[in-house]
Each structure stands twice: as structure tokens, then as C-alpha cells.
Write a protein that binds this ligand. Structure first.
Ligand code: URA
Ligand code: CA
Length: 445
């Protein structure tokens, strides 16, 4: 096989075979195929696309490039979830204990964040004492004992994807549907769950900006899951603002606890119930996703979901008292309200800008190893659709008493610029646009 010929073949619009794709990925991961050839291949794929079969083979090859986690020792159907991103997305922290409380084992591998706020691990670690470092056998043991664990990735998952994704990032080839679908799915397949619920976000705050593209990505990923023998469904959800109210690490723990108490922000609760309902359904514990959703509401009302989160925190050596007493969470000393100067209705809250503002305060990291400040962040007092009058708070900045004045001023400016107001009341867009079910059938709400 000559790499040149394979690039040419793809460039000219032909499909690559299973063997060809595997050789390309193993050769690249091993450092035998140079970046410039892989970059040309990525660009050829960007323009020519890939068939469903090629996309599956690419996913497989990347999955097989590193460790594959086996969760077979945990009895029951393990369901994982994945979201295509979002600022202040607290869903994992709510969903993992919620779904576990309904009897579905959840072995969640999560990451740390780069940019806006921390990842799920950083948020969890804002609970004093809580540990997320686990080997795979410790993860399995934790899930067998408690029903749920959230851990950092140990081992070496999908090294080929890591290398290829970094290359795509530098060569304007990230936004290719087959490349995104295979990149997300190889990680999920390697993480070992039996079934998978995907949350594909579309809108001004997401990296996919139109509905057709979102459904295309949803179909591509469901197809990979199905062919790989994992029940997979994808929800297409709308994002024109951060989910919930809190953007920050300890602030999002508080938000997750409130949601598990049944007192969280409505959009976060709704999305968690929808995704969780699908998880229960795919695990075979509900007749349909609606039933799953109704069951989960009861799991919240009974206190079982909150109790499960407490068990998780205890089992991972965190201070479980925070669950009943949120004032034990780390807090920034200063709360600064950001007031509206005009009257109107909020039509948009730009998540990227809010995320950047939270990062400036220290809630996120600019570089891979920089430290995170668990206490700081931003809470949104007004969300899309809300009416506002001059002098009312749009949002609140949570910062330390010794934060420099320039930092506070520039954060205020950023937050104000994230808000769009309009004169007339507006019809809010629905949170869920539709879904692609495990058979690949598409539904619009
Ligand atoms: N997220 C991923 O993991 N991969 C992509 O290609 C895009 C988003
Ligand atoms: Ca949030």
C-alpha cells in the first residue's frame, strides 16, 4: 500500500476499504505515516465525505489503536451518555446519580476541561476530598458497590484519535461529519458501555450551528453505534445560551445538587430528564423514553437521586455533608451583580463569551496543566425569554475579594456583551428539536 495512492483514491471520490483505513490509522498512530500525508487525507475526506461503511471502519481502527475498557464484570446493561459540548453543561453530574438511582449501572469516564470552565472531573473535585483517579478495576469495583462512579481516564484510550484530532484542529478539517462522528464514537466505544445516548447540540452556542447538520451528525453516530452492536440514540437539542444558571466549578456542583433535589433550573432539569429517560429506555427498564422520563421524575421526588449522589461522593472520598449543606462548598467572597441598563426581553446569552469571562476569573484553564479555581464563576439571573428592567441583575460574578479591579471590569463588560435584548416578548425555541432512535429513524418534535 502506498499512502500516496490512498490519498489520491479519496481525493478522486472513491471509498477506501477496511484494510486501507486500518493501515492508514495504525501507520499514523505508529508515526510511520507523516502528518502532511494525514493532513492531505483529512482534507480529501472533508471534501469527498465517507460512506457509512468507511466511517465505521475509521471508528473501529481508532478504537483499536489503544486500550479498550471492559465493563463486563458489572452486571446489567451499562449506558453511557455524551454531549457535543456546551458552556456550563452540568448534565453529567445530574444524570450519573439520577440514572444510577433508577437501577442502571453508570461507569463514567470523564475529562478535564480546557477553556471556559473545568470538565466534569474538575467540577467534582471542587468537593473537598473527592478523588477521581481510579484504575479500571477500581472503577468496576466502585460501580458494583455503589451503582455509579465518575473517574478520570486511566490508561491509553484512542491514541490515534488524539493525534488525528490535533492535526485536524490545525488543518481546518475538524468540521467534517464523518470525522466528527468517528472521533466521538471511537472514544465512546472504547469506554465500554453497552448502550449510548448522545446529546447533539445545535445553535449559536454550539459548534454545530444548523439543524440539518445536527441531524446528519446524529444519524452518522447512531449508525456507527448500531453497526458496532451498541444501542445508540441521539437527541438533537437547542442551545442558544448556557444550560442552567451556573458557570463555574463549585457553582455547578451546587446547581447539580439543587437539580437532584428537584429545585434546579428548568432547562437543565428538562434536558436531564429527556436524556435520562432515553438511557433508562435503552437499558430496557422502561417501555419508552417518556416512561423513562416519568420514572426519573419520581426518583428525584423520592430523594433517591440525591441519596445516590451522596453515596458517590462518599465512595470517592469526598465530604458528603455538602449534599445537605451547600454552604460547605467553596465560595468566592465577592458577589457582584451586573445590571441591565435598558428594558426588554433577553433574546440570547452567548455561551462562548460567558465561558471566556468565567475562564478569566479562573474557573477554566488556558493551558493543559494550569490550575483551576473551584470557587469562582458566573451565575445567570436572566435567561432567554426573561423580561428585564434597568437596574435588575442580568448575572452575578463570583470572585475573590482580592481580584484586581481591571479583571472585574473586563469581566463585567464581557458578560454585558454576551446578552442580547429585544423590545418585544419572544417565543422561546423548544429545548429538544427531535431525535434519531436506535433503529436510525428520525423524529421531529
Ligand atoms: N469532539 C470530538 O471528540 N471530536 C471531534 O472531531 C469533534 C468534537
Ligand atoms: Ca450550568
Amino acid at each position: 500500500m502506498k499512502v500516496y495512492d490512498l490519498i489520491l483514491k479519496k481525493r478522486n471520490g472513491f471509498a477506501l476499504s477496511e484494510v486501507e483505513i486500518e493501515q492508514l490509522i495504525t501507520g499514523y498512530a505508529a508515526g510511520i505515516i507523516p502528518d502532511y500525508q494525514m493532513a492531505a487525507l483529512a482534507m480529501a475526506i472533508y471534501f469527498q465525505g465517507m460512506t457509512r461503511e468507511e466511517t465505521l471502519q475509521l471508528t473501529r481502527a481508532m478504537m483499536n489503536s489503544g486500550d479498550i475498557i471492559c465493563l463486563d464484570q458489572i452486571p446489567g446493561i451499562k449506558v453511557d451518555k455524551h454531549s457535543t459540548g456546551g458552556v456550563g453543561d452540568t448534565t453529567t453530574l445530574v444524570l450519573a446519580p439520577l440514572v444510577a438511582a433508577a437501577g442502571i449501572p453508570v461507569a463514567k469516564l470523564s475529562g478535564r476541561g480546557l477553556g471556559h470552565t473545568g470538565g466534569t472531573l474538575d467540577k467534582l473535585e471542587s468537593i473537598p476530598g473527592l478523588q477521581t483517579g481510579m484504575t479500571v478495576s477500581e472503577l468496576v469495583a466502585a460501580v458494583k458497590k455503589v451503582g455509579v462512579a465518575i473517574a478520570g481516564q486511566s490508561g491509553n484510550l484512542v491514541p490515534a484519535d488524539k493525534k488525528f484530532y490535533a492535526l485536524r484542529d490545525l488543518t481546518a478539517t475538524v468540521d467534517s461529519m464523518p470525522l466528527i462522528a468517528s472521533s466521538i464514537m471511537c472514544k465512546k466505544l472504547a469506554a465500554g458501555a453497552d448502550a449510548l445516548v448522545l446529546d447533539v447540540k445545535v445553535g449559536s452556542g454550539a459548534f454545530i450551528r444548523d439543524q440539518d447538520q445536527a441531524f446528519e451528525l446524529a444519524r452518522a453516530m447512531v449508525d456507527i453505534g448500531r453497526r458496532a452492536g451498541r444501542k445508540t440514540a441521539a437527541i438533537v437539542s437547542h442551545m442558544d445560551q448556557p444550560l442552567g444558571r451556573a458557570v463555574g466549578n463549585a457553582l455547578e456542583i451546587e446547581e447539580a445538587v439543587l437539580t437532584l433535589r428537584g429545585k434546579g433550573p428548568p432547562d437543565l432539569e428538562e434536558l436531564c430528564l429527556v436524556l435520562g429517560g432515553w438511557m433508562i429506555y435503552l437499558a430496557g427498564k422502561a417501555a419508552d423514553p417518556e416512561q423513562g422520563k416519568a420514572d426519573l421524575k419520581k426518583v428525584i421526588e423520592s430523594g433517591a437521586a440525591l441519596g445516590k449522589f451522596k453515596e458517590l461522593v462518599r465512595n470517592q472520598h469526598g465530604n458528603e455533608m455538602i449534599i445537605d449543606n451547600l454552604s460547605l462548598l467553596l465560595r468566592a467572597e465577592k458577589q457582584i451583580g451586573i445590571k441591565a441598563s435598558a428594558e426588554g426581553y433577553v433574546s440570547r446569552v452567548n455561551g462562548e463569551i460567558i465561558g471566556a469571562a468565567a475562564m478569566d476569573l479562573g474557573a477554566g484553564r488556558e493551558e493543559k496543566d494550569s490550575p483551576i479555581d473551584p470557587a469562582v464563576g458566573i451565575t445567570l439571573e436572566k435567561k432567554v425569554g426573561a423580561s428585564i428592567r434597568p437596574g435588575e441583575n442580568l448575572a452575578v460574578i463570583h470572585s475573590h475579594a482580592d481580584a484586581p479591579l481591571e479583571l472585574i471590569e473586563s469581566t463585567e463588560k464581557k458578560v454585558v456583551s454576551a446578552y442580547r435584548l429585544q423590545k418585544e416578548p419572544l417565543n422561546k425555541s423548544p429545548l429538544v428539536y427531535g431525535w434519531v432512535d436506535q433503529k436510525g429513524d428520525e423524529y421531529l418534535v
